[in-house]
Design a protein around this ligand. Structure first.
Ligand SMILES: Nc1ncnc2c1ncn2[C@@H]1O[C@H](COP(=O)(O)OP(=O)(O)OP(=O)(O)O)[C@@H](O)[C@H]1O
Ligand SMILES: [Mg+2]
Length: 312
């Protein structure tokens, strides 16, 4: 993580020297850059959680296959899902993030990856959904995208589908796995092309509301991932920011890895540092630097006179 940290730290010190610029979380044209840097040797622990679920139905997906998942009519928003396009900078950046994840997987088995960040609006849902689409477009992968932000669930809006029943309903014992899973009803073959959503399945957030913190600590989440792992190549889980609420830290305990998002010109270095600290009990794979127009140049870190994120 050190290079992304250094980049954030440098931006932070530039900000202190020049108080004039204000940084806004504006919508940028879909030149959405996502740069990942991994620290595959990070310490890995799985602390146990104990919440009684004796009365709840057990997770069971006996005989469930990807093809058996219920089809829903999705109306995806291309603005929010640039990874669905055939080409473009976002397609390239998410492809590169996908390659980095595959490399991390060569070092140790990774299937479930939680996406989080320190604060709201840094681009967690954007990165989670576009990464899932990018992974699903590759080599016939089967990918599950889970909206693990049970307070401010938004991924159903990006896919243009219903928000419930979802994860919160399953974790509270009100819905079975089969009821919360959905996939697109769009035909997989579209002329010469395969639909970019053909390999994607989705679990919406459901409405966790005030119970989200308790629900995220339920062992049913780990059971869900274990039950579904055999039918997916990747499971990508969006989550809430780690500094204001504990939900993501709870969910991360059941995941194989965590990717943290930092937003270019917005995320401050201490925020990124504290976010990584909150997740020290999990396998933090690295940072995704989101919404920068140009990736930091390697030369920046070796004293060459180039600016960070496209500034000369
Ligand atoms: N790289 C990007 N380029 C342009 N717009 C982006 C980019 N990343 C995120 N956005 C936009 O910024 C806003 C916040 O992004 P997003 O919802 O992904 O953040 P979040 O971290 O999930 O927020 P929350 O903490 O509220 O769940 C959205 O309108 C999203 O479309
Ligand atoms: Mg979000």
């Amino acid at each position: 993580m050190s290079r992304i940290y250094e980049a954030l730290q440098k931006a932070e010190s530039e900000r202190k020297q020049d108080p004039a610029p204000t940084f806004e979380a504006v919508e940028q044209p879909p030149a959405h850059a996502a740069v990942a840097e991994f620290e595959p040797e990070a310490q890995y622990e799985h602390p146990q959680f104990s919440v009684s679920t004796e009365d709840m139905p057990r997770a069971s997906v006996g005989g469930l296959t990807f093809e058996g998942i219920a089809k829903h009519s999705w109306k995806p928003s291309l603005d929010k899902l640039p990874a669905m396009m055939d080409r473009g900078p976002s397609v390239e950046q998410f492809r590169s993030l996908r390659s980095r994840l595959n490399e991390a997987r060569d070092i140790r088995p990774i299937k479930s990856v939680l996406i989080s960040s320190g604060m709201p609006q840094e681009g967690k849902s954007f990165v989670a959904s576009n990464l899932a689409v990018s992974l699903a477009r590759h080599k016939g992968n089967k990918v599950l995208l889970v909206d693990g932000d049970m307070r401010r669930y938004t991924i159903h809006e990006m896919l243009g589908t219903s928000p419930s029943p979802g994860l919160a309903d399953y974790l509270s014992g009100k819905a079975a796995i089969e009821e919360i899973l959905q996939r697109s009803d769009e035909p997989a073959d579209q002329g010469l092309n395969r639909s970019p959503l053909a390999g994607l399945a989705f679990i919406p957030g459901g409405n966790g509301g005030d119970r989200a913190a308790d629900l995220s600590g339920s062992p049913r989440f780990g059971e869900l991932l274990r039950a579904l792992a055999p039918i997916f190549d990747w499971i990508i889980i969006d989550s809430s920011p780690v500094l204001p609420v504990s939900d993501a830290v709870n969910l991360a305990r059941s995941c194989d890895g965590v990717l943290l998002v930092a937003r270019g010109n917005v995320t401050r270095y201490p925020v990124a540092q504290r976010a990584a600290g909150e997740l020290r009990g999990s396998n933090v794979l690295g940072f995704v630097l989101n919404a920068v127009h140009e990736a930091p140049q390697v030369g920046n870190y070796y004293g060459y006179n180039q600016g960070y994120a496209g500034r000369e």
